[in-house]
Design a protein around this ligand. Sequence first.
Ligand SMILES: C[S@@+](CC[C@H](N)C(=O)[O-])C[C@H]1O[C@@H](n2cnc3c(N)ncnc32)[C@H](O)[C@@H]1O
Length: 247
Amino acid sequence: MAKERGRPRTSTVLWEGVQRLLAAASADLGAPELTVVDLGGGTGGLAVRVAALGHRVVVVDPSPDALAALERRTVEAGLSDRVRPLQGDATELSALLAPGSVDVLLCHGVLEVVEDPAAAVRAAHETLRPGGRLSLLVAQWPASVLARALAGQLGQALHVLSTEEHRWGPSDPLRRRFDRAGATALVEENGFTVTAVDGTRTFSDVVPSTVTESDDALALLRELESRAAGTGELLDLAGHLHLHATR
Ligand SMILES: C[S@@+](CC[C@H](N)C(=O)[O-])C[C@H]1O[C@@H](n2cnc3c(N)ncnc32)[C@H](O)[C@@H]1O
């Protein structure tokens, strides 16, 4: 992986979790080359990494600008034959892709912004083949309370804590945040079995960036993140939850 200075943008814990999920899907489905959909995949940072592992990826996103950036990125990476951009949104998934045709569906940072998260999970379920995997990443509200309070935004922290959708205010770009019980219930009520939950960005969003300017400090942050990911007592404090689920 390219060395990232300062705050890591793509969590190492998340990428390792995605690779574990893909490996498990390949083994269970007997398919070394998987058909993967990245729903709301945006500019394709994750899609390109998944394609570089040898899988075929369809990126479904409503934003033409994001898809144009994705196309440039895939050309640069020499992976245009493995990554297909498809304009559309979560509600159109079953019209865009044949039911049961997908091995792995990535849905990262999307349920926080869509109008109807349950409809998006149902569409994912319909698109996946039996035994297919869902990789779901959602923002977690307790971490947001802590991050806002530590940043001195006490009113916003209180708002995240006390409102139903756990937003910090009307200009919060997210429509909602989740917690472990809520995200698990949403997925399981729509036909999936959750097999693992990892916590990502437990410290990256609260440690000041000045602390991680040296390579040694960055390595320590990554080690902390990695150990926190599998520590049940810290799971509720993770900035994001990565749920692995099977259809
Ligand atoms: C926060 S970005 C996440 C991008 C990427 N998945 C990631 O993890 O970096 C949210 C993405 O969801 C897309 N999006 C917004 N509404 C959507 C919808 N109804 N269905 C599918 N994707 C949507 C946006 O265009 C954007 O690319």
